[in-house]
Design a protein around this ligand. Structure first.
Ligand SMILES: Nc1ncnc2c1ncn2[C@@H]1O[C@H](COP(=O)(O)OP(=O)(O)OP(=O)(O)O)[C@@H](O)[C@H]1O
Ligand SMILES: Cc1ncc(CO)c(N)n1
Length: 326
């Protein structure tokens, strides 16, 4: 009799660029995957010199090296969920689309065109067109911020997220989450139904990497089979908590989001007694899915009342593959 195979952890792959400050890009993605216990692999497509204040210099990685990374990681590690970030060139978009075509894993496309600090970070219009034509139709969801949604649709003065999301679906997206819409929170359109993903805005200045963290968490949750509306809610709550409890001690004027230490800080010396309910209850990615995390961590079983959340986080914590799509 052969021994049962141990449960496999969720494998997430990010195709993105390096952020020298460590807060966004592939570094941010790895932290976001780790915050929910997913295994993160990376295909590096570019390098940036940046701080939370902005991008100073950048360069793409040679396409042959990108192809070799994709082939190697997909052949050996595989992926249950894939995220694509920075869009350096049309050639890169075509290469990534060719290599990812047909892989049985949800794809999240975070079209990084404008960073939280307002820096442009993308190729030209041909890269944007290739992204829309090749990658958006393959993706389970795309997650532009408000400025990116305007750029992708060409609706540069549009203020209504529903109009922008509708236009993106007409451009080929299957589903859209526009992040940080006016008034706070996100906007989800799954191609059939529009809905707000509400949440308060936190004025901590810790927004660097928020978009990367959001799309990486969405990738991990979708990889575990959490339905998109719930995954969008969980990802937003986790990131908003990471902004509220961000790394204010890192960076001069602007600071990175922090998904990892908030939970630890919560259980540490308790020097901060925060009465703001959102801040107090939603500390860190793990706590954003509520008691589910704690229960799963302690008992090794996702016994919390919030089943989606438990599936999303619990599976990672116990290294299992519950919730994985067939
Ligand atoms: N100040 C804030 N308070 C609460 N939530 C926020 C705040 N800023 C952003 N968020 C949330 O963070 C997530 C990412 O949104 P955002 O629009 O900042 O991404 P982005 O602009 O792509 O970020 P970046 O370029 O730094 O990666 C969304 O769920 C959004 O609602
Ligand atoms: C490399 C990189 N990717 C993504 C973002 C998100 O805006 C960033 N600031 N830097």
């Amino acid at each position: 009799m052969t021994a049962p195979r141990p449960p496999r952890r969720t494998r997430c792959l990010t195709v993105g660029s390096s952020d020298s400050s460590g807060g966004a890009g592939i570094q941010g993605d790895l932290k976001a995957f780790a915050s929910v216990g997913a295994y993160g692999a990376t295909v590096l497509v570019g390098v940036t010199a940046q701080s939370p204040a902005g991008v100073i210099a950048s360069a793409p990685v040679d396409l042959d090296l990108v192809a070799a990374q994709l082939d190697t990681v997909l052949a050996d590690i595989g992926a249950d969920g894939v995220k694509v970030g920075t869009t350096w060139s049309a050639a890169l978009m075509h290469l990534v689309a060719d290599r990812l075509a047909g892989i049985p894993a949800p794809l999240v496309v975070d079209p990084v065109l404008v960073t939280a600090a307002g820096s442009g970070l993308s190729g030209g219009q041909d890269a944007v067109d290739a992204l829309c034509e090749r990658l958006l139709p393959m993706a389970a969801v795309t997650t532009p911020n408000f400025a990116e949604a305007r750029r992708l649709t060409g609706l540069t003065d549009e203020t209504d997220p529903a109009v922008l999301a509708g236009a993106l679906v007409r451009r080929g997206a299957r589903a859209v989450v526009i992040t940080d819409v006016p008034g706070g929170g996100d906007w989800l359109f799954d191609g059939r139904r529009h809905r707000a993903v509400p949440g308060p805005r936190h004025a901590t200045g810790c927004e660097h990497g928020a978009g990367c963290a959001h799309s990486a968490l969405l990738t991990a949750f979708l990889a575990r089979g959490v339905p998109l509306p719930r995954a969008a809610e969980l990802a937003h709550r986790a990131v908003a908590a990471g902004v509220a409890n961000g790394a204010v001690d890192i960076g001069r004027d602007r600071h990175p989001v922090d998904l990892l230490t908030a939970t630890a800080a919560d259980t540490a010396t308790d020097t901060e007694t925060d009465t703001d309910t959102d801040t107090a209850t939603a500390t860190g990615a793990a706590a954003a899915v509520g008691a589910a995390t704690a229960t799963a961590t302690e008992t090794g079983a996702a016994t919390a009342t919030d089943t989606d959340a438990a599936a999303a986080v619990g599976a990672a914590v116990v290294g299992g593959d519950r919730g994985r799509p067939a």
